[in-house]
Design a protein around this ligand. Structure first.
Ligand code: NAD
Ligand code: GLY
Length: 360
C-alpha cells in the first residue's frame, strides 16, 4: 500500500491510500471513524459488489445504508434529499460519519450530503471507478447537477481519508475504464509531460488492466492532484487547470442529457477542442494536437463532438461555468504539452469561429 498526503493549509491534511486488497484490510477504514453511527451511501450497481465487504469492518457500529439509483441523471438535489431523509429518520447526530462507496457520482453526492447534514459531518471516500480514484475522490469538490448546468450546486468539503483499492477496478467495464483514462491523460497534459510520455508507452498495458501499470497511473495522478489542491484548495488560481476540456465537456454532458456521454468521454472531446483552440492561438502546433488526439483515441475515447449540438447551444451552455467572470467565458488551454494556461477569457467572436470550425 502507498500512502500519499493531501496537505491543506493550516496544518490540515488527509491520507490517500492506494493499493490492492485495501477493502478487506482490517483497521484501515475504522482508524478514521470516531462515531458509532455510520452512513454508507452507494448505488444499486456497487452495493451488491462491495457493500458487505465494507460492512464487515463496522460490526460495532450502527449502520444506515442509502442505496441510490445508478447514473449521472440521479446526481440531483432530489436524490440528495433522500440521503437527508434517511439520516434524519434514523436520528443520525452531528458526530456521525458518512462513507461514499462508489464512483464520482456517489462521491460527489455523498460528500455534498456530508457537507450539509447538520452543517457538516465526517466523510470518507471509497472510490470504485478509475475516474474517482484518480480525480473526483481527491480534493473536496462535492455537489450535484442542475438542469441548466453541471455541478452547479455544491461545496468544497474535504474527506477524512480516501481508500483507493485497485482490485475493485476488476469489475469495472471497459468503457468506464477508458473514461477514467481521460482524467489520467489530463494530468500529463496540464503539468506532467514525463507522465504523458509514460502514458503513450503504456496505454496498451493500462487497457489490458495490468495491475502495476494501473497502480502507477493512479498514484502519479493522485500525486499531481494532491499537489494542485494543496496549492489552491478553493480554486482561486492553479486548481482551475484541472478543468482542461471540462467547459466544453460539461456543455456536451448537459446538452446531450446527463448520462448519455460519460463524464470522461465528454472531457476527452473537450480536451480535443481545447487543443484545437490552443493551436489557433499559436500555442500548440499541428503535431502537438495530433499527439493529443492520438493518445485519447488510443485510450478508446471519443474525439469528435456530437453532431446534434449547435454552436449556439455550446455557447449558451458554456456561459454557465464556474470559471466565468462577469459573464465572460474563460477556458483552460495549453501553452505547451505539459503546461496548461490559467483561465483565458475568450471573446465571443473568437469562440464562435472556433466552435463553427470545430463542431459546426
Ligand atoms: P459514475 O460514478 O457514474 O460510475 C460509473 C459507472 O460505473 C456507474 O454505473 C457505477 O455504478 C459503475 N461502477 C462504479 N464502480 C464500479 C465497480 N468497481 N465495478 C463495476 N461498476 C462500477 O461515474 P464516474 O466516472 O466515476 O464519475 C463521474 C462523476 O464524477 C461526474 O458526475 C463528474 O462530474 C464527477 N467528477 C467530480 C470531480 C470532483 O473533483 N469532485 C472530478 C471529476 C469528475
Ligand atoms: N476535477 C477538478 C478539481 O478537482 O478541481
Amino acid at each position: 500500500m502507498n500512502t500519499l498526503q493531501v496537505e491543506l493549509g493550516g496544518g490540515r491534511r488527509y491520507p490517500i491510500y492506494i493499493g490492492s486488497g485495501l477493502l478487506t484490510q482490517s483497521g484501515l477504514l475504522t482508524r478514521h471513524i470516531r462515531s458509532r453511527q455510520v452512513a454508507i451511501v452507494s448505488n444499486t450497481t456497487i452495493a451488491p459488489l462491495y457493500l458487505d465487504t465494507v460492512k464487515t469492518h463496522l460490526a460495532d457500529h450502527t449502520i444506515e445504508t442509502v442505496i441510490l439509483p445508478d447514473g449521472e441523471q440521479y446526481k440531483t438535489l432530489h436524490y440528495l434529499e433522500t440521503i437527508f431523509d434517511r439520516l434524519l429518520a434514523s436520528k443520525f447526530s452531528r458526530n456521525a460519519t458518512l462513507i461514499a462507496l462508489g464512483g464520482g457520482v456517489i462521491g460527489d453526492m455523498g460528500g455534498f450530503a456530508a457537507a450539509c447534514y447538520q452543517r457538516g459531518i465526517a466523510f470518507i471516500q471509497i472510490p470504485t471507478t478509475l475516474l474517482a480514484q484518480v480525480d473526483s475522490s481527491v480534493g473536496g469538490k462535492t455537489g450535484v447537477n442542475h438542469p441548466l448546468g453541471k455541478n452547479m450546486i455544491g461545496a468544497f468539503y474535504q474527506p477524512q481519508c480516501v481508500i483507493a483499492d485497485a482490485d475493485v477496478l476488476d469489475t469495472l467495464d471497459d468503457r468506464q475504464l477508458s473514461a477514467g483514462l481521460a482524467e489520467v491523460i489530463k494530468y500529463g497534459l496540464i503539468r506532467d509531460a514525463a507522465f504523458l510520455d509514460w502514458l503513450e508507452s503504456n496505454m496498451a498495458k493500462l487497457l489490458a488492466r495490468d495491475k502495476a501499470a494501473l497502480a502507477y497511473a493512479i498514484e502519479r495522478s493522485c500525486i499531481n492532484k494532491a499537489e494542485v489542491v494543496g496549492e489552491d484548495e478553493f480554486e482561486s488560481g492553479v486548481r482551475a487547470t484541472l478543468n482542461l476540456g471540462h467547459t466544453f465537456g460539461h456543455a456536451i454532458e448537459t446538452g446531450s442529457g446527463y448520462g448519455h456521454y460519460l463524464h470522461g468521454e465528454a472531457v476527452a472531446i473537450g480536451t480535443c477542442f481545447a487543443a484545437d483552440l490552443s493551436q489557433r492561438l499559436g500555442w500548440l502546433d499541428a503535431a502537438d494536437v495530433a499527439r493529443i488526439v492520438n493518445l485519447l483515441k488510443a485510450a478508446k475515447l471519443p474525439v469528435t463532438p456530437p453532431a446534434a449540438m449547435t454552436t449556439a447551444q455550446y455557447i449558451e451552455l458554456m456561459a454557465v461555468d464556474k470559471k466565468n467572470v462577469d459573464g465572460k467565458i474563460r477556458l483552460i488551454l495549453l501553452e505547451a504539452i505539459g503546461k496548461a494556461s490559467l483561465p483565458v477569457g475568450v471573446d465571443l467572436a473568437q469562440l464562435t469561429a472556433s466552435l463553427n470550425a470545430y463542431a459546426g
